[in-house]
Design a protein around this ligand. Structure first.
Ligand code: SAM
Ligand code: SF4
Length: 335
């Protein structure tokens, strides 16, 4: 039952109803924009939440009004007890979903169905096997593409996430959109974001405006339909008339959606982040293990949330490496 005190509302009146939980810092791919070449300093195993702890923390959030949980990572499915966690979380009254690179998702089709998971986001940054290998540092394109087809055949709603990098995959924007002619998927173009060790540079980012330039140069005006975005949606959604699928742009850098943000993130080592861009984290796991209530720390973290992008409210601040250099790599936060 929902508790009466409103610990998930911040000082700007934003209600946090969407929890993203990272299950692991490990991954079977090595995407250059996510994982630094030298790897990351992994948390000691004993600092990673057990499945019971994941459930207990998630339940606390649900008791306070969270209605949506997305599992992410690292790659959530490489965790040995991923199926156990999925089944436990599926007992909570929430919409459960997952973000995966799909390399091994074929082994989880039955569990995903059993857990009533309908929406699956899959990372796919290129439709070209060699480029896929260049960006992920692994030769798994065929496997991933086959698994995307399997997910569609099995009736899941599939969104494909492509992080755009200037001079690397911006020439595939139209190929991705053409994929939506044949497949009922939503392709989401994500603006490349700065994190520790990912060598971010504004010049490498392909902005929302640039994507729309490609779109407008390739399709007649009347063919590009602006779709209604869902409430709290982070993406601007479009479709090409007559195509089965749609496409969207996630413009966290040039056009942040902070006003309607309802998200909070729990890292695999049990730390709460009130914003993807925030470099501060609050430890929930230690008080939980000490048998203390985690609610005061949750409330404090929500109250400390900045209005815009973890306090980096201008592009100038975002471009200062010392401001985002303390933020962990995406692989350790959970995207
Ligand atoms: N391994 C899973 C996957 O790749 O889908 C889940 C975790 S991954 C960190 C979640 C999402 O974060 C992916 O869609 C990935 O493309 C995105 N991501 C990682 N680093 C990013 C960055 N620097 N800028 C924008 N998106 C990023
Ligand atoms: Fe792994 Fe996903 Fe990061 Fe790629 S984006 S390295 S698949 S966690």
């Amino acid at each position: 039952m929902k508790k009466q005190n409103n610990i998930l509302q911040d000082t700007f009146g934003r209600q946090h109803t969407y929890l993203r939980i990272s299950l692991t810092e490990l991954c079977n791919l090595r995407c250059t924009y996510c994982m630094p070449a030298e790897g990351i300093q992994l948390s000691p195993r004993s600092h990673i939440m057990t499945y019971d702890e994941v459930y207990t923390i998630a339940k606390t959030f649900v008791d306070h009004g969270v209605t949506k949980i997305r599992l992410t990572g690292g790659e959530p499915l490489v965790r040995r007890d991923a199926d156990v966690i999925l089944k436990k979380l599926a007992t909570l009254p929430v919409e459960l979903s997952i973000t995966s690179n799909a390399v091994i998702i074929d082994r989880f089709i039955d569990v995903l169905k059993e857990c009533n998971i309908k929406n699956i986001n899959v990372s796919l940054d290129s439709l070209d096997a060699e480029k896929f290998m260049e960006i992920t540092r692994r030769n798994d394109f065929e496997k991933v593409y086959k698994n995307i087809m399997l997910l569609i055949d099995e009736g899941f709603n599939v969104k494909l996430n492509a992080v755009l990098i200037n001079g690397f995959n911006d020439n595939e924007i139209i190929d991705f959109i053409e994929l939506t002619n044949e497949l009922p998927v939503s392709v989401r173009f994500i603006e490349f974001m700065p994190f520790d060790g990912n060598k971010w540079d504004k010049a490498k980012m392909v902005s929302y405006a640039q994507v729309m330039e490609y779109v407008n140069a390739n399709y007649n005006d009347g063919k590009v339909i602006r779709l209604q975005d869902a409430p709290n949606d982070t993406s601007k959604n479009y479709k090409i008339e007559g195509y089965k699928g749609s496409f969207a742009i996630i413009s966290s850098v040039t056009n942040p959606f902070c006003d309607s943000c309802n998200r909070i993130r729990l890292t695999a080592n049990g730390r709460l982040k009130n914003c993807l861009f925030s470099s501060s984290e609050s430890d929930l796991l230690t008080p939980l293990r000490e048998g203390k209530s985690i609610e005061p720390m949750i409330q404090k973290t929500i109250q400390a949330k900045f209005k815009v992008r973890g306090g980096m409210d201008t592009m100038k601040k975002l471009e200062q490496p010392d401001l985002h250099g303390n933020n962990r790599s995406m692989i350790a936060i959970g995207g």
